[in-house]
Design a protein. Sequence first.
Length: 327
Amino acid sequence: MKRILLTTVALSSLSVQLASAAPGSSPRAATVSAEANQPAMSQSAAVPQPAAVPQSNAPVPQPAAATQPSATSLGPAATEPGPQSPSLPAGSATAGANNVEPTAAAAAPANAAVEPSPYGPSYAEQNQQRNHRRVQEDQDRPPTLFDSNRDYAFGGLGGVGVNYTRVGGKNAVLVCGEGAVLIDHALSLGGGGCGVTRMLKAQDYDSTYDNNDRITFGYGGAIIRYHFRTRQLVNLSVGALVGAGGVITGSWTPNKNSDVGNSFKSERQDAVFVVEPQVGAHVNITRWLRLGAVAGYRVVSGVDTKGLSDSDLAGPTVGGQIQAGWF
């Protein structure tokens, strides 16, 4: 009886192993099959059975491989490459780090030639070319006083002045006027003149004159003047008057009738040459008005009037000016 029980246990164990080894079978099915085939026996005759080792056909886990970024994580730049840039390979460090689509400018070579505009050079390019040619021309020619390539500012002025002077050894007052063209705020080219307000008694210089004979003097000419510090409130100037003058001798007849006044009849005119260097200082009152102080010395040559010489008509001049215009 005992031998029969041992044989039955051995057969049951063998059937369990065969069921576990069959493909598609599970340990639970093998256990159920064994329980069905095992006969009933008493608790005292039961023999312990060796534990069945379950076997499975599940695949053995492999070592984790380096993950590669999917197309979704790379964004649209990896899935849909731009028309002017090649698609980046999966797992590229640049695409994974920046996740930015390369632009056409970055993909273009650095030394790519720029196509000329079909409409020709722009206005700025034309000015640049013109300035370049002008610089080359300036380097190929000597400097000049008036450069034709420079833009000058033009203005004008007119003014009156009153000066103190000496004529014939006596104090006299000169009333002057001038007008000029102003170039680049500094150089004035124009003309003007001055005249003595008081006539000289001719008998004081020669006894042959009549008691009513008088002498008067005036002069005028071209005036050139240059101003320094024109951008400042006060500017300085140097210049000169170059021209001619006249010494007029005549008969002065007083007239007590106020409606007629005194009369002067010219009898002799004497032409002389006059040069008067000047220095001045001017203060700008407004954009179109300025005041000035002028000093100079009048040089006279060619006096041929009876009783007078060149030195009698030469002398210093000091006075003030008021000028109006566009400075």
